[in-house]
Design a protein around this ligand. Structure first.
Ligand code: AMP
Length: 142
């Protein structure tokens, strides 16, 4: 299973905000879209990623006044990307090693999707179910 197969089902839409967006507005967006992270983009360039964990961290460190600051003050700047040809197993390894749950998919310098840990788990569960089904069929016809 590859990242491409996940995107074929999930779609290529990525929720993003500009670096100047106010943190409080981004929190509202996360709530509305029921997502855990947004890409912070300057036109087509990825400047960073902001997840729920960053919001908790800056609130803990600097207090509620940070809500009025730009998202660029709270985001992670060094973003780890993947490619469409990467396997789901490789993404799991990436997430485990880097201790994050979101990975943007970048092809030819352009963001073409975003994979979350939920997408990875869903894909693995479907794969196990297909294997079980194949084994059941094999036993029935053996
Ligand atoms: P998450 O588990 O995705 O909520 O993120 C945990 C931390 O890792 C946060 O500080 C995020 O900004 C950061 N993070 C999330 N995704 C990535 C990524 N693909 N590359 C680098 N850092 C990330």
């Amino acid at each position: 299973m590859t990242v491409r197969s996940i995107l074929d089902t999930k779609g290529h839409h990525v929720v993003s905000v500009e670096p100047e967006a106010q943190l409080s507005a981004v929190i509202k967006l996360l709530c509305e879209r029921k997502i855990g992270a947004v890409l912070v983009m300057n036109q087509t360039r990825v400047d960073g990623i902001l997840s729920e964990r960053d919001i908790v961290r800056v609130l803990g460190e600097r207090g509620a006044s940070v809500l009025e600051e730009p998202v660029s003050n709270a985001m992670t700047r060094k973003v780890v990307n993947c490619r469409e040809n990467d396997t789901v197993a490789e993404i799991m390894e990436m997430m485990t090693t880097g201790k994050f749950r979101h990975v943007p998919v970048v092809e030819n310098g352009k963001v073409v999707g975003l994979i979350s840990i939920g997408d990875v788990v869903k894909s693995r569960v479907e794969e196990y179910e297909r294997e079980q089904e194949a084994l059941r069929d094999y036993i029935k016809t053996a």
